[in-house]
Design a binder for this molecule. Sequence first.
Ligand code: PGA
Length: 257
Amino acid sequence: MARMPIIAGNWKMNKSPAESVAFVRQLAPKLAAYGEVERVVAPTFLAMTAVASALQDSPVKVAAQDAHWQAEGAYTSQVSADMLQPYVEYVIIGHSERRAYLAESDESVNRKAKAILAADLQPIIAVGESLAQYEAGETVPFVRSQVIAALDGITTGDLARIVIAYEPIWAIGSGKSASGELADEIIRTALRDTIAELHGDGAAETVRIQYGGSVKPGNMEEFMSQPNIDGALVGGASLDADDFAALVEIAARVKGS
Ligand code: PGA
């Protein structure tokens, strides 16, 4: 079964609500033609409702950049998956910036993944190793441990609703991307093989896995040509409508051929 490519733009802490709406009004028509690729934007919480409403009649979907695992309660500053439910289809969790600066742990990622699935949304779970781990040759065991922890207690049936983003931390925002071949090899060994062990070959073949880390129009084709890479989680290049549209066009062309 062919896996549908998914390109998600992670805007991080960029764009005010007004800027976000103006941006998606400009972006949506540029993405209209590529029905064979899932197209997703992840604005800040503050812009979420405005962006969702601006994209109501568009095939472009909305993601949140995080969600709390509880439905409601005394968790100052947090937003729950249940609250996001009317506005988004995806929630990015476990991003390395949250792991590094905001105490995100494997355990919280796992709790969030379960809450997101229970709210009928789909998690995009980000994993990836640091430069020190990469240089020490620890990439595969480390990423594998992140995947095992994130998926703990999740059923094989729910795996089809999960997207994993492999993002080597040393490639994020650095202009240094992994090579397509290296990313594909790590995704195969640390991610698909691990999922096959846990949930069987069928699940490993079904789950969609993105690459992330300095993806740009100039290197997109290299990543999309890899058999184990089903799309991209994009930071910097997703803030420019022409660049993001170019990424979607390349995914549609390379994966469709
Ligand atoms: P980048 O960010 O494309 O700017 O490297 C990727 C990400 O953090 O998801």
